[in-house]
Write a protein that binds this ligand. Structure first.
Ligand code: F6R
Length: 241
């Protein structure tokens, strides 16, 4: 694992954007695995800025997102499709047909998981997967459990994740209880993984995930087994490593 420590969130965003843009410059038809959440927003802003300066071209890039809430339409301002449109896709020249987010409105969520697995396979594999980390060590919506779930699946969100996400909804009751998420195997099959973390509140889980035992009770701990992980964090988030 390579660790990049930055002064603050701004620096973390810039470093992570540098890594993604290096990927896109070296391979213009890269497959990017993308994440939502607060942490990567600054990275997306930086990528947009470099695109607008003509330093980046996303015309041939494909993307697959980690997850989506079950029951939210793409137009809902808390759906992850909406997040990706407004925080990245609407501002760059990626082909809309080349962007993939699980369909939260699929009538049969299990069939949607299978369709999503096929999409991931049909891209030829993810070149770089961006990951944020939950305070309980979740990656995507792979919550702590007794086993690592392998491929795309439907999950019941834990109370802790519902609490953490409630800030984005009018009330806790409105937070969806289920999500579709890429599984641990799909994430681990990415050729390279870029983990972004910021803030003191992530310091404990960063330490547990990267220096503790590999266990499904801390899903991010599996990343210790991946041969090419880049951990980019500000000094507050990495303070306990
Ligand atoms: C996002 C995702 C989540 C977040 C995690 C951290 O697509 O799957 O695992 O990466 O909850 O979220 P933030 O960045 O808001 O702390």
């Amino acid at each position: 694992m390579k660790i990049y420590v930055t002064e603050d969130y701004q620096g973390m965003s810039r470093k992570a954007a540098n890594i993604v843009s290096a990927q896109v410059i070296l391979n213009p038809s890269s497959v990017l695995g993308l994440a939502t959440g607060s942490t990567p927003i600054g990275m997306y802003k930086q990528l947009i800025a470099w695109y607008k300066k003509n330093d980046l071209d996303f015309a041939q890039v494909k993307s697959v997102n980690l997850d989506e809430y079950v029951g939210l339409p793409p137009t809902h301002d808390q759906s992850y499709r909406y997040f990706m449109q407004t925080n990245l896709f609407d501002h760059i020249n990626i082909d809309p047909a080349s962007t993939n987010v699980p369909n939260g409105l699929a009538e049969d969520p299990e069939a949607e998981c299978e369709r999503y697995n096929q999409i991931i396979r049909s891209t030829g594999g993810i070149d770089i997967q961006v990951l944020g980390m939950g305070h309980n060590g979740h990656i995507g919506f792979n919550e702590p459990g007794d086993a690592f779930e392998l491929e795309t699946h439907v999950v019941d969100l834990t109370d802790r994740t519902i609490d953490a996400n409630a800030r984005f909804f009018a009330s806790r009751d409105e937070v969806p209880r289920k999500a579709i998420t890429m599984g641990i195997k799909s994430i681990m099959q990415a050729r390279r993984i870029l983990v972004v973390v910021s803030g003191e509140d992530k310091a404990d889980i960063v330490k547990t995930a990267f220096t503790g035992p590999v266990t499904p009770k801390v899903p991010a701990s599996i990343l210790q087994m991946h041969p090419d992980v880049l951990l980019v964090g500000d000094k507050a988030a990495l303070s306990k490593l």
